[in-house]
Design a protein around this ligand. Structure first.
Ligand SMILES: CC(=O)N[C@H]1[C@@H](OP(=O)(O)O)O[C@H](CO)[C@@H](O)[C@@H]1O
Ligand SMILES: [Mg+2]
Length: 542
């Protein structure tokens, strides 16, 4: 390592005085103008990780659903998964090192992680459409090259597309070709094959309206349109030509405000969906004839997908295990429906995709979705081999089901949740089953719920257990929540410190919206009072 060169280059990526950041649930995120040093240092770290794993590592510059003037960065590990936890610690340490300690921190990390410094390093980089992203990705490249790493800059990609590229590059092309064309080709071929019966020539054209959050999803979906069968017409809204990224639009806005995005004209019963700013989340919705808005979130998506998979498995007569992984934010009705009606085992993990992904790997077919629309399906190696073999051997109805499952494997992005890939899976399932969005929605009714944020002086004073459903500290807070929950029917509430924002999140559900709202308010007040709330006290009413 040429530490003198590192120190010299680092001087032009100076760390703002006193700035301390944490590699959180989704990497580093803050205002874009405070991130230059982090980008440079993540370039350095990616080189070390690449040398250590003897693999290509990805660096994605994005702040997903956060405002346009934020930005962020995360590293993608060899198989397209999130960075390993021990390296998250290295990332935090490197990002927070004072200028004069940077070289020492690099050496310490290399030693602790037993990095062979003579090994070659290769890093792939991509970015979202934020105005700050291009400059920041150049800083990543500066970090990579100063340590002698090779790189390829993909330029503009969705986050899941970068995960896909990393996975392709480290699996000798078995997963697909590591180009944008390879991605489009893989997904569109699987989609066309899976849904060919539904989209055969002469059939009705199905229309889907997509709110692209004025982000990267718009660019990539527009490029993909030419690959899709005639039978599916995808109409893009909030495509970035005029509106601001994530501003009153996108999956996060729609899910958290439970209302339609601006910039998308909805007629009654039209099928619509929203991507988030880096296109790794998707949410569906529609307005009924009375003008009521209906949200179909990640829980209902998981339900639709797992029921389709179960039907196909039943058809081929294979007893492969299907498990659904959720977080505490999953609507109580969804958990009940999956367990009691569909008889699918459901597991709850901590918030954050890496936890769900990890749990989902325990099943032959692991379906995971956060309620906010981030998710995918993972197939174990054994299940994939079995299904591909059956697709060759079986005939008639069984053979058809096995081939469909094979196409489902290819259509899902198994590295991470992917709005484009998930959208195509959902569109295929709805078309094949002849389901309208209303019929899908009607399979169960969500319990009314409310999410709130509370500002506290230090959110780390709250610690939780039981997949974040119970508070352990500060003492007395969980008892207070229990007492409040007891006042309402079909109620549930929990609080946890956010991993991406400086707030404590409060979630409540109950038998009516009014009750969910008051429970959420009362719990917020308890947090404010017992966990050091700052600023304005929570107020009732929304
Ligand atoms: C309630 C909620 O939606 N939380 C989000 C949010 O995490 P927090 O730790 O709650 O800030 O951002 C994560 C990263 O995008 C996402 O995985 C997660 O689901
Ligand atoms: Mg995102």
């Amino acid at each position: 390592m040429d530490l003198d060169a590192v120190t010299k280059h680092s001087a032009s990526h100076a760390k703002p005085d006193g700035l301390i950041l944490q590699y959180g649930t989704a990497g580093f995120r803050t205002k874009a103008d405070r991130l230059d040093h982090v980008m440079f240092r993540m370039g350095l770290l990616a080189v070390l990780r690449s040398k250590q794993t003897k693999s290509t590592i990805g660096v994605m510059v994005t702040a997903s659903h956060n405002p346009e003037d934020d930005n962020g960065v995360k590293l993608v590990d060899p198989l397209g998964e999130m960075l390993a936890p021990s390296w998250e610690e290295h990332a935090t340490r490197l990002a927070n090192a004072e200028e004069q300690d940077l070289a020492r921190a690099l050496v310490a990390i290399s030693e602790e992680a037993a990095v062979n410094l003579h090994q070659d390093a290769f890093v792939v980089i991509a970015r979202d459409t934020r105005p700050s992203s291009e400059k920041l990705s150049e800083s990543v490249i500066d970090g990579v090259t100063v340590l002698g790493g090779q790189f390829h800059d993909y330029g503009l990609l969705t986050t899941p597309q970068l995960h896909y590229m990393v996975c392709c590059r480290n699996t000798g092309g078995r997963y697909g070709e590591a180009t944008i064309d390879g991605y489009f080709h893989k997904l569109s071929t699987a989609f066309a094959e899976l849904s060919k019966q539904a989209f055969c020539s002469g059939g009705d054209q199905r229309t889907l309206k997509v709110d692209c959050a004025n982000g990267i999803g718009a660019l990539k979906l527009r490029e993909m349109k030419q690959y899709l069968p005639q039978g599916l017409s995808v109409q893009l809204f909030n495509d970035g030509t005029s509106g601001k990224l994530n501003h009153f639009c996108g999956a996060d806005f729609v899910k958290s405000h439970q209302k339609p995005p601006e910039g998308l004209e909805m007629k009654a019963n039209e099928r619509c969906c929203s991507f988030d700013g880096d296109a790794d989340r998707i949410i569906y919705y529609y307005c009924d004839a009375d003008g009521h808005f209906h949200l179909i979130d990640g829980d209902k998506i998981a339900m639709l997908i797992s029921s389709f998979l179960k039907e196909l498995l039943l058809e081929i007569g294979e007893s492969l295990t299907v498990g659904v992984v959720q977080t505490a934010y999953a609507n109580g009705s969804s958990t009940r429906y999956l367990e009691e009606v569909m008889k699918v085992p459901v597991y709850c993990t901590k918030t954050g995709v890496k936890h769900l992904h990890h749990k989902a790997q325990e099943f032959d077919l692991g379906v995971y979705f956060e309620a906010n629309g981030h998710g995918t399906v993972l197939f174990s190696k054994a299940a994939e081999t079995k299904i591909r073999q059956l697709a060759k051997e079986l005939e008639d109805k069984k053979g058809k089901a096995a081939k469909m499952l094979e196409n489902v494997i290819d259509l899902f992005n198994q590295a991470t949740g992917d709005a484009i890939s998930d959208m195509l899976v959902i569109e295929a399932i709805l078309a094949l089953k002849g389901l309208t969005i209303q019929q899908w929605d009607a399979l169960y009714t969500d319990l009314p719920n409310r999410q709130l944020k509370v500002k506290v002086a230090d959110r780390e004073v709250i610690s939780t257990t039981d997949a974040e459903r119970q508070v352990v500290k500060p003492p007395g807070l969980q008892e207070a929540i229990n007492d409040l929950v007891r006042k309402y029917k079909l109620s549930r509430a929990f609080v946890r410190p956010s991993g991406t924002e400086d707030v404590v999140r409060v979630y409540a559900e109950a038998d009516s919206q009014e009750n969910a709202d008051s429970l959420a308010y009362e719990v917020s007040l308890a947090v404010f009072q017992q966990a050091g709330g700052v600023g304005e006290r929570p107020q009732p009413g929304f």
